[in-house]
Structure formats: C-alpha cells, structure tokens
Design a protein. Structure first.
Length: 375
C-alpha cells in the first residue's frame, strides 16, 4: 500500500455497502408510505373500495353503454347496484328481527344445555364454577357500564367517518367507471418520458391482476355463502341468512376468514340445536375448506396471480398486524398486484434485451404488430 493511500476495501464489503444504503432508502420509503396511510387510512380504504366497485361494475356499465350514453349507463349501474345491496341488507335485517325472540329463547336454553353438558364426563366441571363465571360476567358488565356507554357514544363519531368513507368510495368509483381510461392517460402523461412505457406496462398488468382477483374472490365468497346458507337451513340452524352473509364477508380474508365465520355458525348451532348439529357444522367447515382450497381457488384464481399459500398466509398475518381487519383484506390483493407488475416489467426488460441483441430489424418487426391498444 502506498503512503497516503486509503486501505483497499474487499469487493464483497463494497457490494454489501451498496446494497445496504439502497435497502435503507427503500425501508424509509416503505415506512413513510405506511405512516401516511395510517394517518389518512380512511382515504386509502375509500380509494380501495372505489377500485373494487370499479372492477365489479365496469363490465356491467360497458354492456349498458351499448344502448345508452356513458353517463346514463354509469348512473343506472350504480343505482341498480346500490338498490341490490340495500335489498339484501333489508332481507337480512328482517330475518334477524323475525328470529330474534326465538333465538334469544333458544340461546338461553342452549346455554343451560351447554352447562349440563360440561358438568358430565369427560369434562366434569364444577357447577359452582360455571355459576361463578356468569356472576363475574354480570359484575364486569355492571362495573364497566359507563365505559361501554362511552364507547357506544364514540361509535357515533366512527359512524360518521364510515359514511364519509363510503361516500368517497362511491364518488371515486363513479369517476373511475365513467372516465378511468382518460384519468390513467392523464396520469401517464405527467410522468417523465423515459418511464412512461414502464409505468404503463406495470399499471396495466396490475389492473388486470386486481380485476381478476376481485372477480375471483367475489365468486368464491358467493359460492361459500350459498353452500353455508343451504346447509344451515337444512340443519334448522336459526339466522341462516345472516350467517351466510357473514361467511360471504369473511371469505375476503383468505385461509382464515371462512373458518372463523363457520366457527360462529357452529357456536350458534351448539346453543340452538345441540352438540350433534354443531358437530355437523364443524364437519361442514372441513368440507367447505377442502372445496375452497382445492377446487374454487385453483379454478377461479387462475384469473389472477397464483401466490404460494405461505405467501398468502404471511401477507394476511402481516396485514392484520399492520392495519387490523382492513389490512387482512387488502394484503393479498396488494401483494398480487405488486408481484404482477414486477413480473410484467421483468418480462418487458427481457424482451427489450432480446430485441437489442437481434438488431434494429428484429425490433421493428416485433414492434409493428404490437401497437398499443386503448385501456
């Protein structure tokens, strides 16, 4: 080493340092994005719901547009969808109201039945322990009544936020359905010319994946809800329609949502119809889980990116830790969209590399038939 010269740095240390500062920059950006989303999570949820509504209703609006102006077709599609959702909710509310008295009576009887069942072998629980548990629950509710009331009052403020989020979601969905193509073209034109092509490729791939995932998960959720509703109705379990609707909503959380909803149905069946029917419902959990995992998801989710089950599980858990229920719902489509965009960009770079190696003539021949089509 010459006097005054800096010591030589091993190549692997130089490479590690180069990757380290890049990872720090990426980590800082990711943290900033999550902090921003946490600060304005209502806006993020509203835009996500708007994209979901757009993915579901834009094909319908495109069909209606064949006979009507675009604005009228979008308005009719949105109003018809809102009427359909309100009708389903009204039907569920009526079912709950009709079965409420019967369910309360059967639930109380079922609680007594469960207590007697726990007192017999193999559990042999002390009856005084169960009575003490009931008294403790009553004391807890009495001592925390003011807290529960304050939570209910604060829930009114949350209701306003929920309504505002839904209003923003519907407004954004109307704009996306009516002129989403022009909005995307405008956004693309604001970017530097050197990155417009890559952004367009990644954005189109991401949207195809998102729409495919949305259509697929809705179809899976609807199939699960129909199967659960029919099974519970045949078994005589009360509130079959609300429980089927709960299964529909829970199916949007892959892997864990459907078993949790069916576990709730099993508890209702245990309280209302006894252990035998509850055991049948538990068997139903296994059957529907097998149908969903081995038939519906491989068949339907082929429209979207096929993620490894471990990636799905880690995404759901990470999303639930970061943002609760909303994070668990958003995690899998977000990972699917990011992976799809990355795959499309990698394929585009590989194609550009191959064309560059083959020469300008091959580039012109390959680019001619691939004129960009409209979104």
């Amino acid at each position: 080493m010459q006097p005054g010269s800096s010591p030589a740095v091993a190549p692997f240390l130089r490479t590690a340092a180069a990757y380290a500062w890049r990872l720090l920059v990426v980590g800082t950006l990711v943290y900033a994005v999550f902090a921003l989303l946490g600060r304005f999570h209502e806006i993020g949820v509203a835009l996500f719901l708007g994209l979901v509504i757009t993915a579901l209703l834009r094909p319908v609006a495109d069909v209606v547009t064949r006979g009507l102006p675009r604005g009228v077709a979008v308005a009719l599609t949105m109003l018809g969808s809102i009427a359909l959702v309100l009708g389903v909710l009204a039907m569920v509310g009526e079912a709950v109201a009709n079965d409420r008295t019967t369910l309360v009576r059967e639930f109380r009887t079922g609680i007594d039945r469960i207590e007697h069942w726990l007192e017999r072998p193999p559990f042999r629980l002390n009856p005084e322990a169960l009575t003490d548990l009931q008294s403790r629950i009553g004391q807890f509710l009495s001592s925390h009544r003011s807290t529960l009331v304050s939570e209910a009052v604060s829930g009114a403020h949350h209701l306003v936020a929920v309504l505002a989020t839904l209003a923003l979601a519907l407004f954004s969905a109307v704009l996306f359905i009516h002129a989403g193509d022009r909005q995307w073209a405008w956004f693309r034109e604001q970017l530097p010319a050197s990155v417009r092509g890559r952004v367009d490729v990644g954005g189109r791939a991401a949207w195809r994946t998102f729409t495919g995932y949305t259509h697929g998960i809705v179809l899976v959720a609807a199939t699960n809800a129909v199967l659960v509703g029919i099974a519970l109705w045949l078994l005589g379990v009360p509130l079959a329609v609300p429980l089927a609707l709960l299964e529909f909503a829970a199916a949007f959380i892959p892997l864990i949502g459907s078993p949790i909803a069916l576990a709730v149905a099993a508890v209702v069946a245990l309280a209302a119809e006894g252990p035998l029917v509850a055991a049948i419902v538990i068997a139903l959990i296994v059957v529907i889980g097998q149908i969903e995992g081995h038939v519906l998801h491989p068949l339907v989710m082929s429209w979207a990116v096929r993620l490894h089950p471990l990636v799905v599980a880690v995404s759901v858990v990470a999303g639930s830790i970061a943002a609760g229920f909303v994070g668990a719902v958003v995690a899998v489509p977000l990972v699917s969209v990011v992976w799809s965009a990355y795959t499309a960009l990698r394929a585009a770079r590989e194609t550009e590399r191959i064309l560059a190696e083959e020469g300008p003539g091959a580039q012109g021949a390959a680019a001619a038939p691939d004129a960009p089509d409209g979104p």
